[in-house]
Design a protein around this ligand. Structure first.
Ligand SMILES: Cc1cc2nc3c(=O)[nH]c(=O)nc-3n(C[C@H](O)[C@H](O)[C@H](O)COP(=O)(O)OP(=O)(O)OC[C@H]3O[C@@H](n4cnc5c(N)ncnc54)[C@H](O)[C@@H]3O)c2cc1C
Length: 435
């Protein structure tokens, strides 16, 4: 009999989910190899809010200190109606920080990825410009074929390859004849009814803007019919902003639009005159951008199972996609990784060479824990997107009512969302507070 192979995780994708997984496995002493189709941390102009419960995980991984040093806490939200009147000012973030002992911060997605990457001890385990093209399994493990033509051996394959996941596509093809319903879930699992133009701009003093548009830590919300906007001064000297627009027609993956810069420019031509908040428009923000773009906002949770009944499992945006408004997607990806790694580490503590059956049971348990979080996150984000763009008469009424909703209730709801989030069970918990 051949010697059992030592356990090795192949990760497809070096985004938020993939790099967090690499970190957690490095800390757990589990062998891995991460394949990223492009470069690590490309500049797209996108940003990411790090919520308090995710900060706790990043601190366990040892990278929270660096993120914290480049940011300041978000403190308050100012809400403006379609005429530019301030109708609600809320210090909610400040109160959540007080309650949890951890700040909510907003950073460039690229900076987050760079920090994750730089914090890894062994960079030889990261292969860039190498995509997963296909795989095949046997009793002892699997072999991944890369788009460069190399074969790589591993024990399991974790698909952290984003909303347009190649691996989800491969799983769908594998069952297209035998199980058309599952194939449909995998290929058509997300819908999109909104698009988002987004960007990172200097907070004043550059490219036509002569003064900081927003004080540090403040988030501006603008409400229009079927349109909404968010502008936030998160990291030092930078503004992160979004313009959300309801599509005339909703679409389903894989037919959701893939927008180009020309599409973004045309959208700004059409809607850029709207005030993002008193004193500046979305066009001002677009013109002051260092980077920006436009994406279709897919949403949904792929119906199970999130594994192929073998050695392949999906994490992050590849199985769950939230709209951007609530800032949950990347945080949820980190939670999912946390739940998956907790299961894997516990499995490997019991058996260094687990059978395919044991592996599938671990994948199933990860899904059991993560699916309710995914469902609730998609639901909240879905409602927030519709609420902010006043998508119905009821939501217009709710917006009018919102200043009277007690702050204590809003804080409690926020905390009740964060409370069930996991931590890495095999690492010491971190202390609250800014490091
Ligand atoms: C404008 C914008 C703002 C956002 N703001 C927030 C926010 O404030 N808070 C929040 O929590 N979330 C936010 N999100 C969502 C968040 O960015 C995503 O949920 C998160 O990036 C998902 O991470 P992921 O690793 O699953 O996927 P991705 O980040 O998409 O990473 C997938 C990676 O896999 C690679 N890849 C693809 N195919 C292959 C292959 N075959 N082989 C190898 N590699 C492959 C890709 O190149 C990519 O690097 C925002 C998203 C956008 C677009």
């Amino acid at each position: 009999m051949a010697d059992p192979e030592s356990f090795k995780v192949i990760i497809a994708g070096g985004g938020i989910a993939g790099l967090t997984l690499a970190h957690a496995l490095e800390k757990a002493g589990v062998d891995f190899l991460l394949l990223e189709k492009r470069e690590i941390a490309p500049q797209t102009g996108a940003s990411i809010i790090i919520q308090c419960h995710t900060a706790r995980i990043l601190e366990q991984l040892g990278i929270w200190k660096e993120i914290c040093a480049a940011t300041f806490s978000l403190t308050g939200r100012l809400h403006f109606d379609e005429r530019g009147n301030l109708f609600h000012s809320s210090p909610i973030f400040e109160h959540v920080e007080k309650a949890t002992g951890r700040p909510i911060v907003l950073i460039e997605r690229r900076f987050c990825l760079d920090t994750l990457y730089n914090g890894l001890k062994d960079k030889s385990r990261i292969l860039t410009n190498t995509g997963v093209a296909s795989f095949w399994e046997d009793e002892h493990g699997l072999t991944v074929l890369t788009d460069r033509g190399d074969s790589i051996r591993g024990s399991i394959l974790v698909a952290a390859d984003g909303v347009h996941s190649t691996i989800r596509g491969l799983l769908a093809s594998a069952v297209s004849n035998t199980d058309p319903e599952r194939c449909q879930y995998l290929t058509k699992g997300f819908t999109s009814g909104y698009r988002a133009v987004f960007g990172t701009s200097a907070n004043g003093t550059r490219d036509g803007l002569t003064r900081p548009l927003l004080p540090e830590g403040i988030v501006h919300h603008a409400y229009y019919r079927n349109i909404s906007g968010i502008t936030a001064a998160g990291a030092k000297g930078l503004l992160f902003w979004f313009l959300f627009i309801k599509e005339e027609k909703s679409s389903t993956t894989s037919d959701c639009p893939r927008y180009t810069e020309t599409d973004a420019i045309a959208t700004i031509e059409k809607y850029g005159n709207l005030s993002a908040c008193p004193g500046y428009t979305f066009r001002d923000l677009w013109e002051a951008r260092s980077h920006g773009g436009m994406v279709s906002m897919e949403e949904g949770v792929i119906q199970g199972p999130w594994n192929n009944g073998g050695r392949v499992v999906l994490v992050g945006d590849s199985i769950c996609k939230t709209t951007i408004n609530s800032g949950f997607g990347g945080n949820l990806a980190i939670e999912g990784v946390c739940n998956l790694v907790n299961g894997l580490v516990s499995l490997l503590q019991r058996n260094q060479t687990p059978s395919t059956k044991d592996i599938v049971a671990t994948f199933d348990r990860y899904e059991q824990v993560q699916r309710p979080r995914a469902d609730v996150s998609v639901k909240i984000s879905h409602s927030t997107t519709r609420y902010e763009s006043m998508d119905s008469l009821w939501l217009r009424f709710l917006r009018w009512l919102s200043p009277w909703i007690p702050l204590s209730y809003q804080v409690k709801s926020f905390l009740s969302y964060m409370d069930p989030a996991p931590i890495l069970q095999f690492l010491p918990d971190s202390e609250p507070g800014r490091p």
